[in-house]
Design a protein around this ligand. Structure first.
Ligand code: TYD
Ligand code: MG
Length: 451
């Protein structure tokens, strides 16, 4: 037996304890685990026998048939459907709705005649049944198992031969060959290794639930990202009802796709038109509110940017952001001060992306600038105007990708005018029924909105 310290966040191994993990730079995430010598040598996933190199040109590709989950938003994020024999990690904060989403997936698949097995290490059969009753009736193809021993689970999978298996959650599972406790780094990693063998060996698709943990007492899903085929994160504000499913890694499709859901009393409901959803409850005429169009994956999404600028009472003004990068906002305010002479250095500023979305795309720069200007002057802007574009340090407005699709989305939601970067304007002018205004610099913007 030896003692090893593992980082609960990234899996970094160290012989001694350290306050900060050298791998991911997180503090206080190293935990001690005892590992026997033989375990350290394990990790041989593929069998050594029958190893033969293949000629690439001779490998024939069967068109991977993707199984439709019956949840359009989930299929989109998965890249068109569920690939047979893949290992999919669904991460997220506890209570966000991972079990609910996967139970709904099971319901759809079993209704379509596919055999599914839901393995829970967290809830009893009764608890799952109670939740399932809220979601509706289940077909006979839906099987439940409450078990945490992976040896037993593997045996059941071998006997039942389901098409899809759900493991809820990886932090409760254990492999009896490993002495560490369930949820520890080595246990989580080894269990995932076992599931990987089962998925590839038997051709079943396995969804693994992983709770995101901040304290580092149990290992988080970040640790497993490299082992699985697809990583999905389920996010959202606990206090708001909508949830966003985000693809972070996908060996079978594009990443950065999102699916939007709403949690109701009968489980999760797909939100077909997220832009409309994000803009609901927008104030009619308030200063500091501008709508921008951001692109998530291949999907344009309208979001409202709000700014509140007021005189600072202290020497150092306070700047705060929700849903967007604070440094970016500071930079944009410096550009406004220098290029347009707006006296913002004595002002507190708060910038908020409503609906709890997190936006990192520079295309929202223009909307942030306009919201700050509108709030600074306390002049509400026309609510039928939308803006997108990146703002450079000289105050120029630079082009962004997919301008045409963004304008189309704006038109669909009834905006009458869009401010776009001048270089992107030719792409957008084909659109009927919406006025496209190309802007070259912040001076142009200022002139347009304040005359
Ligand atoms: P759950 O799927 O158990 O979360 P996770 O598996 O990610 O920990 O979701 C639990 C929350 O969802 C719980 O707070 C109750 C809520 N919920 C609803 O609001 N409506 C429903 O129909 C269901 C099934 C759950
Ligand atoms: Mg759960």
């Amino acid at each position: 037996m030896t003692s090893i310290f593992f980082c609960g966040n990234c899996g970094y191994e160290s012989a001694k304890w350290m306050g900060q993990c050298p791998g991911c730079k997180e503090w206080n995430t190293l935990v001690e685990e005892t590992v026997s010598k033989s375990e350290l040598k394990s990790g041989n996933i593929m069998s050594r026998r029958n190893a033969q190199a293949q000629v690439l040109a001779e490998i024939d590709i069967r068109q991977e048939d993707k199984l439709q989950s019956g949840i359009g938003e989930l299929d989109r994020v998965l890249g068109g459907g569920i690939v047979q024999g893949s290992l999919i990690l669904v991460g997220g904060d506890p209570g966000i709705g991972k079990s609910t989403l996967l139970l709904q997936l099971c319901r759809n698949l079993s209704d379509a005649g596919q055999k599914v097995l839901y393995v829970s290490g967290e809830e009893s059969l009764m608890q799952i049944k109670m939740r399932a009753d809220r979601l509706g009736d289940f077909a006979r193809e839906m099987l439940l198992l409450c078990e945490t021993d992976l040896g037993v689970i593997t045996e059941v999978i071998r006997n039942v031969q389901p098409r899809v298996v759900i493991i809820d959650s990886i932090q409760t599972m254990y492999n009896e060959n490993i002495s560490a406790a369930p949820g520890s780094v080595s246990q989580v990693r080894e269990s995932t290794g076992t599931l990987l063998q089962v998925a590839k060996g038997l051709g079943v698709t396995i969804f693994i639930v992983g709770h995101v943990t901040k304290e580092g007492t149990v290992a988080g899903p970040r640790l497993l990202e490299h082992m699985v085929d697809t990583v999905l994160y389920f996010e959202g504000d606990r206090h708001a009802s909508y949830r966003i499913l985000r693809g972070v890694k996908n060996r079978f499709g594009s990443t950065n796709e999102i699916g939007v859901f709403e949690m109701g009393d009968k489980g999760l409901r797909e939100v077909a038109n997220p832009s409309e959803y994000m803009l609901s409850g927008r104030p009619a005429s308030a200063s500091g509110s501008v709508v921008a169009c951001t692109v998530e994956g291949t999907r344009p999404l309208l979001i409202e940017i709000q700014a509140l600028v007021c005189q600072s009472n202290f020497g150092i003004p306070r700047r705060q952001t929700t849903g967007t990068d604070l440094n970016r906002v500071n930079l944009l305010m410096a550009v406004l001060e220098k290029r347009l002479g707006v006296a913002l250095s004595g002002c507190d500023a708060y910038v908020n992306v409503t609906g709890g979305m997190k936006i990192t795309e520079p295309a929202v720069d223009l909307a942030i600038v306009m919201a700050v200007l509108s709030s600074f002057r306390n002049v509400p802007l026309d609510t039928g105007i939308l803006a997108f574009g990146e703002v450079g340090l000289s105050g120029e407005v630079r082009g962004v990708s997919m301008a045409g699709q963004r304008v189309a989305e704006a038109r669909k939601l009834g905006f009458h005018t869009v401010l776009v970067p001048a270089v992107s304007a030719p792409d957008c002018e084909k659109q009927q029924g919406i006025k496209v205004i190309g802007v070259r610099s912040l001076q142009d913007v200022m002139e347009y909105i304040f005359g």
